[in-house]
Design a protein around this ligand. Structure first.
Ligand code: PBG
Length: 321
């Protein structure tokens, strides 16, 4: 068999290929911080900004012009809390964005407490600060989800990793006539070392003086295949509309296995550290940014992703045509 016949030209490669990438498959993360005087360029991630409440409107306008219509919002409040939370900033940002763009965009909102808590953990802690209080955290997150849905969010994306959150969020949304607001669960989210640049932006690095071992007591251990699969399937059962694998490249085996076990759309998150790694290669002239990302996106789709969260979504249409 001559394997090279199907590699011989662009035409035949296009016909023989089993996946195609479109900019329509991609979701662009956006960051909005309360009280900063002007937008901030990210020092380790090219083309990524922390916007002000005002500048985000221009950013989304520019993105829409580049064919981006799906966004994942990270609100960064300028106050920190311990047990009583105030979600007014996030609410205001979501409402403003949806007032400006309406159904021209699909707005998912990350749901977590790590940018809100004094200690940077994803939920509230017990009095001794030795563990995360699961049920209390879930209750607060469900109320937060309702606030975001009331403000117009199209999708709630819980990234906290407490047990039972999907069920609680679905219940509160349905009880308030938000049955069309979807839930994208960060269901196979690993305790990864690749979140560094993101935590700098969101000011969400967990307090290392506490006995919580970073996020290891609530995010999935990289060695545990079974936990990753059962957490995702559990979230599907609780009512998640999308499941997610995060980070991307080191965890494609999880994506492949999930795609064999469920028909729920799978999303993969190419995270900040993975994006910054490409930027470093580009800076050393060891790779070109566009082909690097396109190759990775292709691998993600081949492994079973139906959508990809990537910081380069806003470049995709230009790169792909
Ligand atoms: C919040 C959250 C994190 C990311 C998305 N939501 C960080 C974390 O869990 O510490 C990471 C995204 C990225 O690195 O691009 N819990």
């Amino acid at each position: 068999m001559n394997q090279r016949r199907l590699r011989a030209s662009t035409h035949v490669r296009e016909l023989a290929g089993t996946v195609t990438i479109s900019h329509r498959d991609l979701i662009q993360p956006i960051f909005v911080e309360q009280g900063i005087p002007e937008r901030i360029a990210n020092p380790s991630m090219s083309g990524v900004f922390t916007d002000t409440e005002t500048s985000i409107i221009q950013q989304i306008t520019d993105d829409v012009a580049k064919g981006v219509h799906k966004f994942l919002l990270f609100p960064i409040p300028n106050q920190r809390f311990e047990y009583e939370f105030n979600f007014e900033f996030a609410e205001k940002v979501v409402r403003h964005i949806k007032q400006c763009f309406g159904d021209a965009i699909w707005l998912a909102c990350d749901l977590c407490l790590c940018s809100y808590t004094v200690h940077g953990h994803c939920g509230v802690l017990n009095a001794e600060k030795t563990r995360m209080e699961n049920d209390l955290s879930v209750q607060i997150l469900a109320d937060y989800a309702l606030t975001l849905a009331n403000a117009g969010a199209d999708c709630i994306a819980p990234s906290d990793m407490n047990d039972g959150r999907i069920k609680a969020i679905r219940q509160i949304l349905d009880a308030h006539k938000h049955d069309v607001v979807s839930i994208m669960s960060y269901s196979s989210k690993f305790s990864s070392n690749f979140y560094g640049p993101f935590r700098d932006v969101c000011k969400s690095t967990p307090d290392k003086t506490l006995k919580l071992q970073g996020r290891k007591t609530y995010q999935i251990d990289p060695s545990n295949l079974h936990d990753a699969i059962s957490s995702s399937l559990r979230d599907a059962q609780e009512g998640a509309d999308f499941l997610m694998v995060k980070p991307a490249l080191p965890y494609l085996d999880i994506l492949v296995r999930l795609s064999q076990k469920t028909d729920i759309p799978l999303v993969i998150y190419h995270v900040s550290g993975e994006y910054a790694a490409i930027d470093l290669l580009v800076r050393e002239h060891l790779i070109e940014k566009n082909v690097a990302h396109i190759e990775l996106w292709t691998a993600f789709k081949r492994a079973g992703a139906s959508a990809i969260i990537t910081y380069a979504a806003r470049d995709a249409r230009e790169w792909l045509t």
